[in-house]
Design a protein around this ligand. Structure first.
Ligand code: 13P
Length: 250
């Protein structure tokens, strides 16, 4: 068993109007009760953060954003700073999601700047890593993940361990219905843990799995010793399926 409480985080991506976001958040809060089996976070789009913050205030559901810029303020049209995320009620932020890397030019260097800025502002970063199908088939999975972890997390303060979360999301498993097997995920999670000796404090850094997690496959994945939770996309957009995944963590 892992030594830390599991974290189930929902990444809503570019989904939900304000009304849909409120309804989804209410459904999760109502279904969860006061003492859920796991720590829970939801990451709505920026436009819905304030509305969802109101719904989850005083509940066990934490608010996360899907991205952040590294500067505090200034002439950066379209960007959102860590301070703004704290101000709206976020305690965590997803950084370096493969969709950001693929469509928005995110690199390990920008990930590193964002992680440091998030930590400085008091946010817990959820840093995403993972190989493409071509990289896996070429036998480069561990090499790619090692580069992403070492460069994305270079130079962090040792006390970051308690707040830092890593999400292993193989790109070929995202939105495809093709989940990594528990053994495939466990292999990479255990490897990632060996890359973080300087962050090996207590509590240990949580490593989530993401990529086509559903109520049907969650329990088997979460039973692996180095899988400390899940980062859920599609199945987090319905309260019932997200709640079933949280229940599988217990
Ligand atoms: P899916 O669960 O839709 O595959 O998305 C995973 C993901 O990218 C979460 O960040």
């Amino acid at each position: 068993m892992s030594e830390v409480r599991k974290l189930i985080a929902g990444n809503w991506k570019m989904h939900t109007t304000l009304a849909e976001a409120r309804e989804l958040a209410r459904g999760i809060v109502q279904g969860l009760g006061a003492d859920p089996q796991a720590e829970v976070a939801v990451a709505p789009p920026y436009t819905a953060l304030a509305a969802v913050a109101e719904v989850v205030a005083g509940t066990p559901v934490n608010l996360a954003a899907q991205d952040v810029f590294w500067e505090e303020k200034g002439a950066f049209t379209g960007a959102i700073s860590p301070v703004m995320l704290v101000d709206v009620g976020c305690s965590q932020v997803i950084i370096g999601h493969s969709e950001r890397r693929q469509h928005f030019g995110e690199t390990d260097a920008t990930v590193n700047r964002k992680v440091k800025a998030a930590l400085k502002a008091g946010l817990g970063p959820i840093v995403c890593v993972g190989e493409t199908l071509a990289e896996r088939e070429a036998g480069h999975t561990l090499q790619v993940v090692e580069r992403q972890v070492k460069e994305g997390l270079a130079g962090l303060p040792a006390d970051a361990a308690g707040r830092l979360v890593i999400a292993y999301e193989p790109v070929w498993a995202i939105g495809t219905g093709r989940t990594a097997t528990p053994a495939q995920a466990q292999e990479v999670h255990a490897f990632i843990r060996t890359l973080l000796p300087e962050l090996a404090g207590t509590p240990r850094v949580r490593i989530l799995y993401g990529g086509s997690v559903t109520p049907d496959n969650a329990a088997a994945l979460l039973a692996e010793p180095d899988i400390d939770g899940a980062l859920v996309g599609g199945a987090s957009l319905k309260a019932a399926s997200f709640l079933a995944i949280i229940a599988a963590a217990g």
